[in-house]
Ligand binder design. Structure first.
Ligand code: AP5
Ligand code: MG
Ligand code: ZN
Length: 219
């Protein structure tokens, strides 16, 4: 099944997508992680997107379409994926629908919208740490790594994302409201959107996420 996580920065998309991916063996496709890896590697894509990401703005739809198309063409994506961070504009959503139709995958199976109040989002992001090597996410309070700067999963180095500074977080929230939030109506009209309160603990939110996936799979 094609599962899409939607929600503002800090809502828990990456955290919940990783848990779903581990439980069902579906690859997690995180466009933010892919772009950060490109920046870290200094590739042409990375050089093109670094300043845009640091400012909290969106990379253009055409570039993102190419990144996602290439990723979904990999053999491990044939049986479904968990999308984290894509699509996030109307143009991307329409491109994605077309891509899934053209590749015989029939379209998005489920969209999970995570909702969290804005002040909580800012707090979560200011205490987040991420592994540059494997993409694992931590929170210094709610999901603390054993050591503050080493990844529990792969022993890679943990960093604070450049775009987790408060002024950039505010810009990312503004961009979300303007360009990504309209997708809620787009997917709701189409009928497979489930709204999930993302405020409670990571485990409690996952229980709801998992139940929504089970219902969609049984439908
Ligand atoms: P991206 O990496 O996708 O960032 P984002 O959408 O802003 O989302 P975040 O990763 O900040 O939040 P999240 O919802 O994944 O939360 P997380 O699980 O980490 O994109 C970054 C940039 O890349 C964009 O700004 C743009 O420039 C570019 N980009 C990417 N995709 C693009 C696209 N499609 N088009 C154009 N540009 C694109 O959780 C946050 C923190 O809270 C963590 O510390 C976590 O441990 C903690 N936490 C999570 N859940 C809970 C909980 N229930 N209780 C307590 N703590 C929790
Ligand atoms: Mg994320
Ligand atoms: Zn790691």
């Amino acid at each position: 099944m094609m599962i899409v996580f939607l929600g503002p920065p800090g809502a828990g998309k990456g955290t919940q997508a990783a848990k779903l991916s581990a439980k069902y063996g579906l690859p997690k496709v995180s466009t933010g992680d892919m772009l950060r890896q490109a920046v870290a590697a200094g590739s042409q894509l990375g050089q093109q997107v670094k300043a845009i990401m640091d400012a909290g703005d969106l990379v253009d739809d055409q570039t993102m379409g190419e990144v996602v198309k290439e990723r979904l063409a990999q053999p491990d994506a044939a049986g479904g994926v968990v999308m984290d961070g894509y699509p996030r504009t109307r143009v991307q959503a329409e491109f994605f629908d077309q891509l899934l139709t053209d590749s015989g995958r029939g379209g998005v199976g489920l969209v999970l919208l995570l909702t969290v109040a804005e002040d909580l989002l800012v707090d979560r992001l200011s205490k987040r740490r991420v592994c540059l090597q494997c993409g694992a996410n931590y929170h210094l309070e709610f999901k603390a790594p054993v050591s503050d700067d080493v990844c529990d999963c792969c022993a890679g180095g943990l960093i604070q994302r450049d775009d987790d500074k408060e002024d950039v977080v505010r810009e990312r929230l503004r961009v979300y409201r303007e360009l990504t939030e309209p997708l809620v109506a787009y997917y709701r009209a189409w009928g497979h959107l489930r709204e999930i309160d993302g405020t409670d603990s990571i485990e409690d939110v996952f229980t709801r996420v998992d139940a929504a996936v089970a219902r969609a799979a049984a439908a």
